[in-house]
Design a protein around this ligand. Structure first.
Ligand code: XMP
Length: 513
């Protein structure tokens, strides 16, 4: 029963991996495959049920993806979502109509068949997320209409005899209030899955797959100490042990003690069997950054130097067969969008492939979301402080020091940041998306003891966010800020003023540069 699987057939919609993720949330294994997966392959996959995703097309277009009608004869329960619902209507002899105006956004529907398994436990009037132009206007023979909205006469339909269900809206997105209930009804009640799959099964299957793929090959992994690359590295070490070499570049722009923390987990005295190379490249980076003040220039320099250092180390290792990356699903979609304006040129360890001579890339976390990666990390026994680490940008403190970077300024911001983090932890504050100290390039007059000071101002930033695209500034209690501020000016030499940043994003960004 642990092997029960749901198959998601992809018609090109933007929420496809989200559907897969919702199925995994029901503790059922799930994979996404192209809509035209062959009948033999579907049978071989042996799913307990199939979900057809949404998609950007219209069934009326000639080259639209259409489901092979043979799929309906296999007898698996089917749920069609949005375009997936229309393709069912079209294939089974119903009618699909092109609406003059698209329906988009939160919509109230009324469940008209209250004893429908799909709507078991769902309120009779509930909000769903619509995003469509076409809609099924006449259900195919054998189907009952189970929900409607003001503008959509068939918001949901079902053929219980053949276990085929269709919904015009998107139950997978969080704007559909009871969407998770509907998906779990389909997976557990209609398909009859038992929900026994767990993340440790993901670990087991992934380790087996990695072993098969890598064989006796050598793998190189750029380890940043962030959660994604750490989890990828541990999975690989479990799969191929010493065939894996992890290169960790300390560019001198890490948080206080971070380099040692990463080394203590992954290094020779750490918890895992792998080859670990720590490159202490601080001086190289500081030299390259000398006198550079323009943020984008700093980012480019740090990114390029990172690649140079990595390249030098890779050369020492010799030919590698596989380059491992901790790419996770949101990285995959973000890099696919490509058209938005460049606000900041993001640098992370994802940009290395062309500097190393290798055969193939392995990305074991490619289909997971961040919180799923964290679950895998815990399953693998990675320490909590690594698993729950807040995001840290590739260029590190280089972009939290406004203006030119020097070793002295790095030290100041490291110390201030460590105090800030310590006091947030002491106060037991949880749920802040990201928080850190930055060094403004401003020096101002102060008085300490009986003397005049002319020192730097530290800025504290803390934001509430879950997507990091928009953020609100966090209302940290005054007494916590007071303590942090006192400690910083007392304990960090070179600082005589502490400022708190109360700007949201937009218009500001989270990082300072
Ligand atoms: P901004 O400053 O653009 O940051 O509001 C949004 C999120 O992205 C992180 N960030 C980076 N992450 N490489 C990364 O891997 C980068 O170059 C980079 N720049 C910003 C930032 O910390 C925040 O979480």
């Amino acid at each position: 029963m642990k092997d029960e699987k749901v198959l998601v057939l992809d018609f090109g919609g933007q929420y496809n991996q989200l559907i897969a993720r919702r199925v995994r949330e029901c503790n059922v294994y799930c994979e996404v495959h192209p809509y035209n997966m062959s009948i033999e392959k579907i049978k071989e996959f042996n799913p307990k049920g199939i979900i057809f995703t949404g998609g950007p097309n219209s069934v009326f277009e000639e080259d639209s993806p259409h489901i092979n009608p043979e799929v309906f004869k296999l007898g698996y329960p089917i749920l069609g979502i949005c375009y997936g619902c229309q393709t069912i209507g079209h294939a089974l002899g119903g009618s699909v109509t092109h609406a003059p105006k698209s329906e988009y956004g939160k919509t109230a529907i009324e469940v008209t068949k209250t004893n429908s398994l799909l709507f078991d436990g769902v309120s009779a009037n509930t909000n769903v997320w619509m995003s469509h132009t076409d809609y099924v206007s006449k259900a195919p023979q054998g189907f009952e209409i189970t929900a409607k909205s003001k503008t959509c006469p068939i918001a949901a339909m079902e053929d219980t005899k053949n276990k085929i269900y269709g919904v015009q809206y998107h139950p997978e997105v969080m704007h559909t209030d009871e969407g998770m209930k509907m998906i779990s009804n389909f997976v557990l009640k209609v398909c009859g899955c038992h929900g026994l799959w767990k993340m440790d099964d993901f670990v087991k299957t992934t380790v087996e797959e990695l072993r098969k793929k890598i064989g006796n090959g050598k793998v190189l992994c750029a380890l940043s100490g962030g959660v994604d690359s750490s989890v990828a590295a541990v999975l690989l070490s479990k799969a191929v042990g010493k065939q894996l070499t992890c290169v960790f570049v300390d560019h001198g722009l890490l948080r206080k003690n971070e380099g040692d923390e990463v080394e203590s987990v992954f290094g020779p005295n750490g918890n895992y069997e792998l080859n670990f190379v720590r490159v202490n490249a601080q001086e190289r980076f500081y030299k390259k950054l000398e006198g550079v003040t323009e943020p984008e220039r700093k980012r480019k320099i740090i990114g390029e130097e990172f690649i140079r250092v990595f390249e030098d180390e890779a050369k020492k290792i010799g030919k590698v067969d596989f380059l491992a990356q901790g790419t996770i699903y949101p990285d995959v979609i973000e890099s696919g969008l490509g058209k938005s304006a460049t606000i900041k040129s993001h640098h992370n360890v994802g940009g290395l492939p062309d500097v190393v001579d290798f055969k193939e890339i392995v990305e074991p976390l490619r289909l997971l979301f961040k919180d799923e990666v964290r679950k895998v990390g815990l399953e693998l026994g990675i320490p909590d402080y690594l698993v729950y680490r807040q995001p840290f940008p590739g260029p590190g403190l280089g972009i939290r020091i406004i203006g030119a970077v020097t070793a002295e300024k790095v030290k100041i911001v490291q110390e201030a940041d460590a105090i800030y983090r310590e006091e947030i932890a002491n106060a037991g504050i949880k749920g802040i998306g990201q928080y850190f100290a930055a060094l403004t390039n401003m020096q101002s007059v102060g008085v300490m003891g009986d003397g005049r000071t002319y020192d730097y101002a530290i800025a504290l930033r803390a934001v509430m966010t879950s997507d990091f695209m928009t953020a609100d500034w966090a209302r940290i209690p005054y007494d916590v800020l007071d303590k942090v501020s006192r400690r910083i000016v007392n304990e960090v030499k070179g600082v005589n003023r502490v400022l708190y940043d109360c700007t949201s994003k937009p218009p500001a960004t989270i990082e300072f540069e």
